[in-house]
Design a protein around this ligand. Structure first.
Ligand code: F0G
Length: 433
């Protein structure tokens, strides 16, 4: 069997066909992942083939996901694939950010360069391919904004109807605007992300709608290629650390699975350590990681953070993320609203920019180097998950000293950069310059 769905629970490991429309194990309720028990190819030949595809004009070779199709072989053929040339995101050296974070050097893998501005595109191209392969007509997700923007675009491109459920008043306008523009039917529900996810799961099952949240194992497959592309760009030199923000923990699961498989299949010889950073007001995974018993995650009932992308109190993929972070000898850290905001401004000033959730990475690095967990000379790749333009309102408020943390405390504009209002008078402007 070339590809199968496998229950993630070690005590179950039940196996199912990849064409079954299931999101949890029908036997034990565990999470599902794709497995490729017979996978066998020559890593060196594949590395060369992937490099050669970068100069090829075929749409699938131009995609930074499907270029690496040999490590996500769950489709029988590639006819169902819709590509917007996702992936292909750069590694950007950022000396100013490194200094702020307490490192000699730091590289960002900037997923905000994706077609809809976030890493979700890597997973959405594969999730939508699976939806089309299954003959699904309607796809749905609940989202803090980026998943919905991405799903709307890929569904639009692939001729599927997109149904989007978002927490009312809690996503940035940039993201909501994308969903509307890409033609998705958008429902703003008076509940938080976790509550809406439970609702949408029931609806999807009842109405035969295909669910494209990160609980969908085929989305995770696409997100694996973020790690493959990063390693390819580094000529397969493995960094010491991969740092990423954690919300629903799909990306943590995807990165862990990718790195595990790449090691198992002979592409790399060691695993980098994963450092997952959460916002202080939405940090159930941080708490779990500190806890003596790790068999149950205690959800945060009312998650709070201005980094709305990671405002999630009950992350569904925690069992996977826990295993991946543990196996990589990784860590979980949490950071304050002030720390996120300042780190974000530092990333911006370096000419790179990102959305608030992404900046948790640099804030986390700063804490981890101070604590001595991360060495100053470590080789670190931080993943910026979303584009700077996703949340302009946050930026304007920060730089003008109007950004309020949940609870009403004003965020200090440590690196504030206020626009200056001037009369149309060359003398006055010259005096100021
Ligand atoms: N960064 C950004 C910009 C995100 O949009 C998300 C998740 C994350 C980080 C966290 O990733 O959930 O895999 O741990 N956004 C989801 C959404 C939840 O609906 O767009 P995760």
């Amino acid at each position: 069997m070339p590809a199968e769905l496998v229950c993630f629970e070690p005590t179950c490991r039940a196996r199912f066909a990849v064409t079954e429309v299931i999101y949890n194990c029908p036997r034990c309720g565990g999470l599902l992942e794709t497995g490729y028990p017979d996978w066998k190819q020559d890593p060196e030949q594949l590395k060369a083939a992937w490099r050669a595809r970068r100069t090829c004009n075929l749409p699938l070779d131009q995609s930074g996901v499907w270029r690496y199709r040999e490590i996500i072989p769950f489709l029988e053929d590639l006819d169902s694939v819709v590509t917007l040339r996702e992936g292909n995101t750069p590694l950007l050296a950022a000396p100013q950010a490194a200094e702020y974070g307490g490192l000699d050097r730091l590289v960002f893998k900037h997923q905000g360069f994706n077609p809809t501005g976030s890493f979700k595109d890597n997973g959405m191209t594969s999730g939508v391919a699976q939806a089309r392969r299954l003959g699904m007509r309607r796809v749905a997700c609940v989202s803090t904004g980026n998943t919905s923007a991405s799903m709307a675009a890929y569904a639009g491109a692939g001729g599927l109807e997109a149904l989007i459920f978002i927490p009312h008043g809690n996503i940035s306008y940039g993201k909501l605007a994308q969903a509307l523009e890409y033609g998705a039917r958008t429902f703003q529900v008076e509940a938080n992300f976790d509550q809406i996810l439970a609702l949408v799961r029931v609806l999807a099952e009842r109405m035969g709608i295909y669910l494209l949240n990160s609980i969908n194992p085929f989305r995770i497959e696409g997100q694996k290629t973020i790690m493959a592309e990063m390693l390819d760009q580094r000529d397969w030199s493995v960094p010491d650390w991969i740092v990423l923000p954690g919300g629903n923990l799909g990306n943590t699961s995807a990165f862990g699975k990718a790195l595990r498989e790449l090691k198992q299949w002979g592409f790399i010889q060691k695993l980098p350590r994963l450092a997952v950073i959460q916002a202080e007001g939405a940090a159930p995974f941080f708490d779990l990681f500190q806890a003596a018993r790790q068999d149950r995650l205690a959800a945060v009932a009312h998650p709070e953070t201005l980094a709305t992308a990671i405002k999630i109190g009950d992350p569904v993929s925690w069992p996977k993320a826990l295993k991946e972070v543990s196996e990589s000898q990784g860590v979980v850290e949490k950071v304050t609203e002030q720390e996120i905001a300042d780190a974000k401004a530092v990333i911006g000033k370096a000419g790179i920019g990102c959305e608030p959730a992404s900046a948790a990475t640099l804030a986390g690095i700063r804490k981890l180097t101070v604590a001595g967990v991360m060495r100053r000379d470590a080789d670190v790749v931080a993943v910026l998950t979303g584009n700077v333009l996703k949340d302009p309102d946050y930026i304007y408020r920060y730089h003008t000293g109007q950004l309020e943390a949940p609870g009403g405390r004003l965020i200090q504009p440590t690196f504030g950069n206020r626009p200056v209002v001037m009369p149309n008078d060359p003398e006055k402007i010259a005096a100021l310059l």
